[in-house]
Design a protein around this ligand. Structure first.
Ligand code: OSB
Ligand code: MG
Length: 367
């Protein structure tokens, strides 16, 4: 039984401005969820929606509103995360808001059982492969410097953000400078199907995959595109819940899926997607939303699942933030992995003083 839920709308500052085809920012907003049960144990989750509705329609403000107005009462009816999400699905959409609260319940349950979250959800590895997502730069020289720095740190794969005018030549140059590194690109829905001859030119670079080239809600055009180019298509924005995976699989919209636990409505849905894709032989990997160390704990746990077969957009705390909100911060091992902690729950301590210092607003909810 929960005693109370605290919501924090936090704003954190990135080390460097992160730019994609839909825009850029140096600051990030998110909602942190702190769920405390009657015995005093606490679970944490994160709804990593940003300030503006650019990646999806959700924002930190809408997540704060949807949780505090509608979702919280379901968490007082059950603190079983699977049951919670069933009740919460009465609310249509708002996956990140649901995920923020659902993940707090997962962390809480794992802690009550004294188990690391990754073991509690059935993870199969104690270290996860870490890749890095590299934003659009001011110019090629800046980008090459960034990539060089990340490779020196040991990241196992580089993902370049692309958009029309920042694609073919950029990838060509990165291949020339760094050779045969594991490389992929992410368009964040910046192209149209008619652009396929241009996208086909990327085939020459043997990329691991091309992420979300077309419209953020599309499955049909991606299925057409995937028969026109050789580079495997990976969907991100288009997959908002397990049913999108079933639909997309049935018409061949993708060869790989980027599973962001927050985007698909939490860990329950992540587990369902892991199971289905494993059965049909479609590999997945775990994507991120520049989460703070809190959400990152859930990403690390998700990345231990059995069907995760590519490096993840789960990087170390110092790739994102000068000062993370957890202790210890998430660190990259020299072999390019991140260790899944052997402590209960997400396995890191949330520094509440820092959370409060970064909060723009907060509310306490009781049943
Ligand atoms: O498309 O994967 C994306 C960040 C914010 C919004 C969308 C995306 C991203 C990233 C960063 O690529 C992934 C990460 O390191 O958290
Ligand atoms: Mg993406």
């Amino acid at each position: 039984m929960l005693r109370k839920i605290d919501l924090y709308l936090v704003e954190t500052e990135l080390k460097i401005r992160f730019e994609t085809s839909f825009g850029g920012a140096k600051k990030r907003q998110a909602v942190l969820v702190r769920a405390e049960e009657r015995g005093g144990e606490v679970g944490w989750g994160e709804a990593p929606a940003d300030q503006g509705p650019w990646y999806s329609y959700e924002t930190a403000e809408t997540a704060f509103y949807i949780i505090s107005k509608f979702l919280f009462k379901y968490a007082f009816q059950t603190d079983d995360p699977r049951e919670f999400i069933k009740l919460a699905n009465r609310v249509r959409g708002h996956s990140m808001a649901k995920a923020g609260l659902e993940m707090a319940l997962w962390d809480l349950q794992a802690k009550l059982e004294g188990k690391p979250l990754w073991k509690y959800i059935g993870g199969v590895r104690d270290r996860i492969e870490s890749g890095v997502s590299v934003g659009i730069a001011k110019n090629l020289e800046e980008l090459l410097k960034w990539v060089e720095g990340y490779l020196e740190k040991g990241y196992r794969r580089v993902k370049l953000k692309i958009k029309p005018g920042w694609d073919y030549e950029v990838v060509k140059r990165v291949r020339k400078e760094f050779g045969d590194i594991p490389l992929q690109v992410d368009a964040n829905a910046a192209y149209e199907l008619e652009d396929w001859p241009h996208l086909k030119k990327l085939d020459e670079f043997d990329l691991l995959m091309l992420e979300q080239p077309l419209h953020y809600n599309d499955l049909i055009m991606h299925s057409r595109l995937s028969s026109l180019i050789r580079t495997p298509i990976c969907l991100d924005e288009s997959i908002k819940e397990p049913r999108d995976v079933y639909a997309g699989y049935s018409i061949g919209s993708f060869q790989v899926v980027n599973v962001k636990p927050a985007r698909v409505g939490g860990l329950t849905n992540t587990l369902e997607i892991n199971e289905f894709t494993s059965k049909v032989g479609v590999p997945i990997w775990i994507g991120g939303m520049l989460e703070t160390g809190v959400g990152r704990g859930h990403l690390v746990a998700a990345a231990t699942l059995s069907n995760v077969r590519f490096p993840n957009d789960v990087s170390a705390s110092d790739r994102y933030y000068e000062e993370d909100l957890v202790e210890p911060p998430w660190v990259l091992n020299t072999d390019g992995t991140i260790t899944a902690p052997n402590r209960p729950g997400i396995g890191v301590e949330v520094l509440e003083e820092r959370v409060e210092r970064h909060s723009l607003k907060r509310v306490t909810l009781k049943s």
